[in-house]
Design a protein around this ligand. Structure first.
Ligand code: GDP
Length: 139
């Protein structure tokens, strides 16, 4: 049984490049419904908590600096088999390896500044959605 919800971030690089509208349009054209949406800037403490699973990775300090470098758009998305379908829509972590037509292929700059986040499991989709949204902010 797979869940019908995933969580995404339009990252600071894509916001700075004015891709918010294009990325949300691609998400909706692919059949995802927006269940929650907002424009925020993470503090360093919030970014360290959000990416806690990566804290031993060599790129962790750079990732936290990048993710707090400007505002982001966070959203909960609904679709059948949402986590897997959204990972297909965004493409590989490194845009150099991402398939044609994927969001990362179209809008990402490099392996770190890769335009969007997408949850990697139903469990993390729920944790990440709850990190940013209260019950009255989701529909
Ligand atoms: P994702 O699930 O496809 O986002 O990839 P990961 O969970 O492995 O990594 C989380 C985020 O860390 C990625 O989206 C990138 O922004 C960043 N990242 C991953 N691998 C690297 C890397 O090798 N170098 C750098 N600088 N950043 C990375």
């Amino acid at each position: 049984m797979t869940g019908n919800q995933t969580f995404t971030i339009i990252k600071p690089d894509a916001v700075k490049s004015e891709y918010i509208g294009a990325i949300l349009a691609d998400i909706q054209k692919a059949g995802f419904a927006i269940s929650a949406l907002k424009y925020v800037r993470m503090t360093v403490a919030q970014a360290e908590a959000f990416y806690g699973v990566h804290k031993e990775r060599p790129f962790f300090p750079d990732l936290v600096t990048f993710m707090t470098s400007g505002p982001i758009v966070v959203a909960i998305l609904k679709h059948d088999n949402a986590v897997e379908e959204y990972r297909k829509l965004i493409g590989a972590t490194n845009p150099a390896n991402a398939a044609e037509g994927t969001i990362r292929k179209k809008y990402a700059h490099n392996v770190q500044e890769n335009a969007v986040h997408g949850s990697d499991s139903d469990e993390n989709a729920a944790i990440e959605g709850n990190f940013f949204f209260s019950q009255c902010e989701r529909f």
